[in-house]
Design a protein around this ligand. Sequence first.
Ligand code: V47
Ligand code: SF4
Length: 362
Amino acid sequence: MSGNSENIKDKIKDKIMNGERLSFDEGVFLFETKDLLFVGELADHVNRLKNNDKVYFNVNRHINPTNICVNRCKFCAFSRDTEDKDSYEFTMEEMIMKAKEAKAQGATELHIVGGLHPRWSFDFYINMVRKLKEVSGMHIQAFTAVEIDYFSKISEKSLEYVLTALKDAGLGSLPGGGAEIFHPEVRKIICPEKISGERWLEVMEVAHKVGLKSNATMLYGHIEEYWHRVDHMERLRRLQDKTGGFQAFIPLAFHPENTKIEKRRTTTGFDDLKTLAAGRLYLDNFKHIKAFWIMLTEKVAQISLFFGVNDLDGTVVEEKITHAAGAKTKESLTKEELISMIKEAKKIPVERDTIYNELRVY
Ligand code: V47
Ligand code: SF4
């Protein structure tokens, strides 16, 4: 390790211990250093200050209403064209059945994201939210910023109108998908049809303004360089300073199978842990760093609890997006499995609702 690198490490450590904000270059250093445990230890320190030994989890169910999508992002193995023989659309009855099933299994949240359907109207989506809320009473966390922008296009209404109408119908919050990597240099290669990073942030700003909380994701491990990840987090940090509306940051590990991205390798455990820890350190204004075990594996997700992570998502039940791209993980975990995963790491499992009210400490 060079003397220069030791100096940067000392500087970063001092800043973290004094609660000071890391610079862009320091953010890049967190990814470039081989010293995973240095980054992890600092992230663990910050996490303990914010969350002690508590690890949140939620009992949720994912529903992906359709895989038909007009965007066809290059990294997405889930989406289809209408005429593809394995395209699907759930009927309202099918979705209602899934919601009732989830309710009966003790779920508190429906997590709904899907393709940009060429024929479904905005009214259809409003109706979907209203019905699912009515029959289940659960928190509806639905539609990425990409879908919200699409609704605004097809309804020819403003973002504010669309978000307020969905909220009135029963929408509780927005998930963090569709963010990918904000920088246009990467976006134009991996998802040329998708809204820009700026637009994604604009949708979130309006959502926060109308009183909807949201999450933020970052898709990593494809063609991006480390500085693109830091640029991504920098933009999130700035918006969070302005609105305070983000609840959790969720790095999503790219899965390459059946996608049009050349890279054939999945991310390494080393990169997964470092990315989660860097998120904890760089995003000093986020309270929750979430591990989505479906993409990370149960083992990496458990270890990540010592690398800045304080939140495990979730019971999930049915997962199509990552499994279409070759994920070998299960599609669901029981609440008991999540609890023992956390307890075996000598942490305190706390069941939460979507907006982080504590429902039960185990
Ligand atoms: O937006 C698509 C990503 C996202 C692949 O907010 C892929 O709590 C890896 O956003 N490999 C959807 N990722 C999932 C998502 C999410 C998941 C869990 C929790 C939350 C939350 C949000 O999945 C998409 C896209 O970024 N994705 N294809 C792939 N091949
Ligand atoms: Fe469509 Fe989302 Fe897949 Fe892109 S990532 S093709 S927007 S479903």
